[in-house]
Design a protein. Structure first.
Length: 580
C-alpha cells in the first residue's frame, strides 16, 4: 500500500491506495481509505507531519493485511448502480474438474499436438472449455461459447477457432486416448484385467442421412438418423476407448477392431471381455478365446438349441449358489429339484452348469434361477397384460408394437373369414405369448470359457450395469444427443470430448470414494458459484454441504471461506494446474 497526495488550490489531502490484479491479470488501483486533508490530520493527531504520518499509517495497514486472519471490510454504496453488462457471479465447481484435467496432462497433450500442426488458436483452452461445460452446462458448441463467461477464468475463444479445433481433435483422437490412458495410471487405479464392451446410438436433429449419420434401429425409438458408439470400460468403471460407426452398422463386428487397438496402443493383452447377448457372436467368442483373453457373456436361453434349452429349464440337477462351489464342495452338495422349491417364499439362488462344444468352441454354460426374480417378472408381465386389456377395450389407444411393450400381447384381426378387408378390426389378448414368456421367468444364462467359480463369473456379469449407467450419464447428464454437427470429423471430435468429459467425471467420483450419486455430484459442482467483490475477492453464494467439504478435502483447496481473497484464489488456480 502507498499514499496518494492530492493537491488542490486551497488544501492538500491524502488517501491510502493499492494496486491490485484480478485472477486474469488485469491491474487496477483501489482506494483503501481516505485520510482527509492536512488540517484534518493535524486536528486528529497533533504535532505530526501529515505526510509522514500518512506513510507510517500506510505501512501499518500493509502489515495488518499480511496477517492471515485479517478481516476484509468493503464499502458498498446503496445508491450506486452496478456496472452495466458486467458479470458478478462465477462458477468455481469446475476447479475440481480442472485439477483432474491437468493431472491427466491434457494441457501438455494439446501442446504436443500444436507442435505437429500449424494453427494459431489455443487448443488447450478450447478443449478444457468443451470438457468443463459438457459437465456443467451441456449444450451446442455455440452455446458453450455463449456460457463460457460463467467460469471464473475468462476465455477469448472465437467460434471459427472452436470448429477448426474439432477437425484437429478428430484427427488426433486415437493418440489422445492413448496418452490419456497412460497418464491416468498415475492418477487413479485402473483394473484392466477385466473389460466391458457395449454399444449404443445417438440421434441427430436432421432428416438427411449421410456419412456417419444413417437410419438404423434407435435405442430411443427415434425416427432420426443415428450414429453408433462402441465403448470399452475397465473393471474400475472408467471409460477406456471408444469408436464411432455409422448408425446402420451391425454392432457385433465393431468390438474386434477396437480390441485390436487396445492391444497395440494400450499394450494390454491379458483380460476378460464381458458383453451382453447382442454382442456375443460366435466370432467374438472365438476371438476372445485366443492368447491370454477370455470372455463372459450373457446367453439368451430362448436362442439355445433345443436340447440345451430343455436342459436349462428342466427342474432337476440344480445346486444352491453361495455355497462351497469348489469341485470337492460340489460333490457334497445336495442336488435340488425346483419342483420342491417354494416359489412364493424362497429367496435363494440356484444354478446348474455344463460344458458345451459349438463348432470347436468349448465354453461353459451357466444357468441361474431366482424364485424372487421369477415373482418379480411374473408381476411385471401381469400388469402389462392388464394394460394391454385396457387398450383392447379402447382400441384408439393402440400403437406400434415394440419389444417388451404391453401391445405385444394383443392379437389384431383386420380381415373377414372370407379373406376380405374388414370394415372393423377386432383385438384380443393372446395368452399364448404370456405363457411362453413365463417359462423363462427367473432364469438367466451366462456363457464363458473361464474356469472360475460360479460366484466370480456371475459377479463379473452383474457389473455390466456400470457400462449401462455410463451411457445413461452420457445421454442424460451430459446430453450428448441430439447432435447438431454435420461433418463426420467434427462428429467424431464431439464424441471424443464427451468421452474425455466422462473420464474426468468418473475419476472425480473415484477420488471421493463414490460417496455420492451422479446427480448429487453434478448438481453440486454446477451450483458452486461465487460473487466477485472488486479488488477484494470472492464470496461463496452456494450452500456448504458434506459433499462440498469432501471435494475440498480431496483436492486440497477451499472456496468456502466467508471471502476468498484475490491472492488466495490465484494460489488455488495455480494448485489446480499441478501434475500428479
Amino acid at each position: 500500500m502507498r499514499i496518494k497526495k492530492s493537491i488542490s488550490k486551497n488544501s492538500v489531502s491524502y488517501s491510502i491506495i493499492d494496486n491490485v490484479r484480478d485472477i486474469n491479470g488485469k491491474s487496477t488501483t483501489k482506494v483503501i481509505e481516505a485520510l482527509g486533508n492536512e488540517n484534518e490530520i493535524r486536528e486528529k493527531h497533533p504535532g505530526v507531519d501529515p505526510e509522514e504520518w500518512a506513510r507510517d499509517y500506510a505501512k501499518k495497514l500493509t502489515d495488518e493485511q499480511k496477517q492471515k486472519n485479517a478481516s476484509i471490510i468493503t464499502k458498498l454504496n446503496p445508491n450506486k448502480p452496478i456496472p452495466k453488462d458486467t458479470r458478478r457471479t462465477f462458477n468455481v465447481g469446475y476447479l475440481f474438474l480442472k485439477s483432474i484435467y491437468h493431472q491427466l496432462e491434457l494441457d501438455s497433450i494439446c501442446k504436443e499436438i500444436a507442435q505437429r500442426h500449424a494453427f494459431s488458436y489455443d487448443l488447450d483452452k478450447i478443449l478444457s472449455l468443451l470438457l468443463y461445460m459438457r459437465i456443467l452446462h451441456p449444450t451446442s458448441k455455440r452455446g458453450t461459447l455463449e456460457r463460457a463467461g460463467e467460469l471464473l477464468e475468462t476465455h477469448t475463444i472465437e467460434q471459427q477457432h472452436m470448429y477448426r479445433a474439432l477437425d484437429i481433435l478428430a484427427e488426433e483422437s486415437e493418440s489422445i486416448e492413448k496418452a490419456v490412458y497412460q497418464n491416468s495410471l498415475a492418477v487413479v487405479e485402473r483394473r484392466t484385467e477385466l473389460l466391458y464392451y457395449d454399444c449404443t446410438n445417438f440421434y441427430f436433429e436432421t432428416q438427411e442421412a449421410e456419412g456417419l449419420k444413417q437410419y438404423g434401429v434407435s435405442k430411443e425409438n427415434r425416427p432420426n438418423p443415428i450414429v453408433q458408439m462402441g465403448l470399452f470400460m475397465d473393471g474400475s468403471g472408467l471409460p477406456l476407448a471408444f469408436v464411432i460407426n455409422p448408425g446402420n452398422q451391425n454392432e457385433q463386428p465393431t468390438m474386434k477392431p477396437l480390441e485390436k487397438r487396445i492391444f497395440k496402443d494400450f499394450e494390454l493383452s491379458k483380460f476378460v471381455v464381458c458383453t451382453d447377448a447382442g454382442l456375443s457372436s460366435y466370432e467374438n467368442r472365438i476371438y476372445n478365446s485366443m492368447g491370454n483373453r477370455a470372455f463372459v457373456t450373457t446367453q439368451s436361453l430362448k436362442m439355445l438349441k433345443k436340447h440345451l434349452k430343455e436342459w436349462a429349464l428342466a427342474p432337476d440337477g440344480w445346486r444352491l449358489a453361495n455355497k462351497d462351489n469348489s469341485e470337492s464342495g460340489k460333490e457334497k452338495q445336495q442336488i435340488i429339484n425346483l419342483n420342491e422349491v417354494d416359489i412364493e417364499k424362497d429367496t435363494n439362488m440356484y444354478y446348474k452348469e455344463r460344458w458345451m462344444n459349438e463348432n470347436e468352441l468349448v465354453q461353459k454354460l451357466i444357468v441361474t434361477f431366482s424364485p424372487k426374480h421369477k415373482r418379480y417378472q411374473a408381476n411385471i408381465r401381469e400388469k402389462q397384460v392388464e394394460r394391454a386389456q385396457k387398450k383392447v377395450d379402447n382400441p384408439s389407444r393402440l400403437g406400434k408394437k415394440r419389444a417388451n411393450d404391453p401391445d405385444r400381447f394383443i392379437q389384431s384381426t383386420y380381415v373377414t373369414d372370407d379373406g376380405e378387408v374388414a370394415k372393423k378390426s377386432s383385438h384380443t389378448i393372446d395368452l399364448s405369448i404370456s405363457n411362453e414368456e413365463a417359462k423363462f421367468d427367473g432364469f438367466y444364462g451366462v456363457c464363458t470359457n473361464l474356469e472360475s467359480t460360479i460366484e466370480e463369473i456371475v459377479h463379473i456379469n452383474q457389473r455390466r450395469w456400470e457400462i449401462e449407467e455410463t451411457f445413461r450419464i452420457l445421454k442424460s447428464e451430459m446430453r450428448t444427443r441430439p447432435v447438431y454437427l454435420q461433418k463426420d470429423e467434427r462428429i467424431k471430435a464431439h464424441f471424443l470430448t464427451c468421452f474425455l468429459s466422462l473420464l474426468v467425471y468418473r475419476i472425480l467420483e473415484k477420488k471421493i470414494d463414490e460417496s455420492h450419486t451422479c446427480c448429487e455430484i453434478i448438481d453440486t459442482v454446477r451450483k458452486m458459484t461465487v460473487l466477485e467483490v472488486p479488488a477484494e475477492g470472492y464470496i461463496p453464494t452456494y450452500t456448504r454441504t458434506e459433499l462440498t467439504d469432501r471435494l475440498h478435502e480431496t483436492f486440497g483447496f477451499r472456496t468456502d471461506t466467508e471471502i476468498v481473497t484475490q491472492k488466495k484464489m490465484k494460489n488455488i488456480l495455480k494448485q489446480t494446474k499441478k501434475k500428479k
